[in-house]
Design a protein around this ligand. Sequence first.
Ligand SMILES: Nc1nc2c(ncn2[C@@H]2O[C@H](COP(=O)(O)OP(=O)(O)OP(=O)(O)O)[C@@H](O)[C@H]2O)c(=O)[nH]1
Ligand SMILES: [Mg+2]
Ligand SMILES: [Zn+2]
Length: 348
Amino acid sequence: MSWLTGDDDNDDDRPFGDWDESDVHIRPNPKGNRPRTKQRPDHVDSIVGRILSVDRGRYTVLADEDGAEERILTTTRARELRDQAIVTGDRVDLVGDTTGDEGSLARIVRIRPRTTLLRRSGDDTDEIERIIVANADQLMIVVAAADPEPRARLVDRYLVAAYDAGIAPLMVITKTDLQDPTEFLANFAGLDIPVIRSAQGAQGIDTRALDELAPALAGHTTVAVGHSGVGKSTLVNALVPGTDRAVGVVNAVTGRGRHTSSSTVSLRVPTGGWIIDTPGVRSFGLGHVNTDNILKSFSDLLEVAADCPRGCTHLPDAPDCALNEAVAEGRLPAERVDSLQRLLASLR
Ligand SMILES: Nc1nc2c(ncn2[C@@H]2O[C@H](COP(=O)(O)OP(=O)(O)OP(=O)(O)O)[C@@H](O)[C@H]2O)c(=O)[nH]1
Ligand SMILES: [Mg+2]
Ligand SMILES: [Zn+2]
């Protein structure tokens, strides 16, 4: 049955193919717009849901969240949303069969306004952005102390994306059982971000790390990002018992993960909050980022930078940059300005 497997395009409860000319309601069209095939109902009796995951045109949605009838629905999107990205974390309005009963299919008719959007582009010259997650307020940057080798550059890029999107960054450094991360972490000393160290032993992820993570996640929607093999799914499994996200093995020769997770999934943390596991990435394009948003995230530097010449790049070679001058005169900590400059440079 095509309407169960294909993209549901119809705003009617009949399957595809049951349309005929009499369905085309031609209205006077003074604005010269394309005639619409059907007057859309207002969907006044829609219900709201949270997108938990997306899989080939099917959206798994949580409805009546925290209510007496909380339930998981399989949904599809209505025709009018065909050109819009619907992503994990989106809040949507639903109509149709919203019972969640076996075989039921509800329809997404609206995407609620988003508070944040985590985006990436194909590469830094690509301005076409892909939305990864909506409505997250915390970005958990997962980086391994070793295996795969940590790269400050990728962390910088995530930080830029977080600041640009207005999402608070949090760093989790995993595999501290394999390597002391102190030297690597020195790269980020000038940034005011929380860092949680995590290790894995015979009993799994150490409880100390989980005890630190739980309160950091409570009350937030956190999206976990990082290279393949750093241990995102391992952490999610430890935080949300019974989850069983597949966990991969890092290749001993290349030090690379296997891209074990292929989907983005939102899970409720029993101790509070939501965590979103994402597939590992090789690169993170920042073609869509606005430089001004980066500086805004350094609120302590913003005021000083107000004295910069117009169009100042704030980089070390920028003429008359007020930030560089303030560092030279000891009015600002060099570490802090260095951090900003490294992030700005990563956008070049
Ligand atoms: N030694 C050690 N190994 C760990 C730790 N955390 C995770 N691992 C191992 O690292 C490997 C990869 O973990 P995953 O959780 O699959 O990594 P991921 O980040 O989800 O990877 P992708 O889904 O490919 O993006 C697994 O073999 C884990 O057991 C840790 O703290 N210490
Ligand atoms: Mg994974
Ligand atoms: Zn400047």
